[in-house]
Design a protein around this ligand. Structure first.
Ligand SMILES: NC(=O)c1ccc[n+]([C@@H]2O[C@H](COP(=O)([O-])OP(=O)(O)OC[C@H]3O[C@@H](n4cnc5c(N)ncnc54)[C@H](O)[C@@H]3O)[C@@H](O)[C@H]2O)c1
Ligand SMILES: [Zn+2]
Length: 378
């Protein structure tokens, strides 16, 4: 049964919260999934001296007060630094601002950075926590669907430079991840769909029953039904936790999480990180990878079709405009090479063999890549 989780009664969290352990050699932590910020007792024995909230102004406007109320029960100093929403904030200048705000707030080695927001906030607050005073603790409080099921778990933090996205970063595992599902009520629809793309990815890479569940529960998920959402967030986090536990620094299995991302990152880059949201680009990337699986004979045509159909049923893009992009293969091909998994100019793809099973590190021919590109032009 894929909906496997344990209830926690005795950890001081509310009884109806669910918890998943990300088991790591040195610093295991929990992902708590519930309906409040419910932080009171979770942090009780952590010897924290002060809180430093990092958020963006959209999210802070909606949830800053509730988070502060939850933290204020500790009687510790709470300071904050609020950044502008959007990918542009993942920059050295914003990172510097966060560090200087942290210094002004007199953070010490026992302070806790609380990242309240989507993946942008989580990534930059995480990097700041990784480097400030050579590393202080971090609590992830993700508020976008993508951040809940992906970026808040696993310890990857980063900012962008003009030469590329996420090129400057560090691994810095959080003290915990606290997911308040209720925050999804205010998430813009397009952002919500973008998060669903990553959820569909988890089904393809690890769990065909989960893939079927997501396919069959389209109307519940599209109207953000709480019970369906809780199930998929739980399962997606469980898969991510398992994969991260077995390969913390992405030297092997963790690469499967990049299904659809090799081409997806190229799409994001060609769109200058403005035309497509991350999940949308990954959706196109998954359609590309599905074609590549079929072309190379690793996966069958029917499964490739199923992946495309499910993505389309969630109104996610699976193609590129033929007229606009047909002459641009070379640009896409160049961008593919900037993928971190490219070695000696040869990109490595994650390809499915059947839904629920993928292989990573697959080298494919130039012709196969070009054909997959041509197949997704519509
Ligand atoms: N570290 C990782 O492992 C990892 C994995 C995947 C993606 N990422 C990164 O995550 C980023 C994308 O994250 P994202 O999709 O969450 O984007 P985001 O952080 O830009 O958030 C999307 C938008 O939604 C708003 N928002 C977030 N939560 C809201 C809520 N509950 N109510 C109303 N508005 C809300 C934000 O203000 C923002 O405008 C990218 O920079 C990507 O590189 C990192
Ligand atoms: Zn992703």
């Amino acid at each position: 049964m894929w909906a496997c989780y344990k209830r926690r009664g005795n950890n001081g969290m509310m009884e109806n919260n669910k918890s998943i352990c990300v088991a790591l050699n040195t610093k295991s932590y929990n992902i708590i999934i519930g309906h409040t910020f419910g932080l009171e007792n979770f942090l009780r024995d952590k010897n924290i001296s002060s809180f430093f909230i990092v958020s963006d102004c959209n999210v802070f406007r909606n949830y800053g007060r509730a988070l502060i109320n939850s933290l204020s029960k500790y009687g510790l100093t709470i300071t904050k630094s609020i950044i502008m929403p959007g990918e542009k904030s993942k920059s050295f200048s914003v990172l510097e601002k966060l560090c200087r705000d942290a210094a002004a707030a007199e953070l010490d080695r026992k302070s806790l950075v609380v990242a309240l927001g989507g993946g942008v906030v989580g990534d930059i607050a995480g990097l700041m926590a990784a480097i400030y005073l050579r590393g202080i603790r971090l609590l992830q409080v993700p508020t976008s669907l993508l951040a809940m099921v992906d970026s808040s778990v696993g310890g990857k933090t980063a900012i962008n430079i003009p030469e590329g996205k996420n090129l400057v970063g560090a691994f810095h595992q959080p003290l915990g991840v606290v997911i308040n599902i209720e925050t999804l009520k205010t998430l813009p629809h397009r952002e919500y769909l973008s998060g669903l793309a990553e959820i569909i990815k988890y089904g393809v890479i690890k769990d065909s029953l989960f893939f079927d569940f997501v396919a069959k529960n389209r109307s519940n998920l599209l109207r953000r039904d709480t019970s369906a959402l809780e199930k998929v967030i739980l399962r997606a986090c469980k898969i991510k936790a398992e994969v991260v536990s077995s390969d913390e620094k992405e030297s092997g299995l963790r690469q499967i999480l990049n299904f659809g991302h090799t081409f997806g990152h190229a799409v994001e880059s060609i769109g200058k990180y403005q035309k497509w949201l991350h999940g949308e680009a990954v959706s196109i990337g998954m359609a590309f990878a599905a074609e590549l699986s079929a072309i190379t004979g690793k996966g069958n045509k029917e499964s490739a079709e199923m992946i495309r159909n499910v993505l389309t049923s969630y109104k996610l893009p699976v193609s590129l405009n033929k007229r606009k992009y047909k002459k641009m293969w070379k640009s896409f091909r160049t961008k593919i090479n900037t993928d971190k998994k490219t070695i000696g100019g040869k990109p490595r793809f994650v390809l499915f063999t059947e839904i629920g099973t993928v292989k990573f590190g697959c080298e494919v021919s130039e012709d196969a890549m070009k054909e997959a590109f041509e197949r997704i032009l519509k």
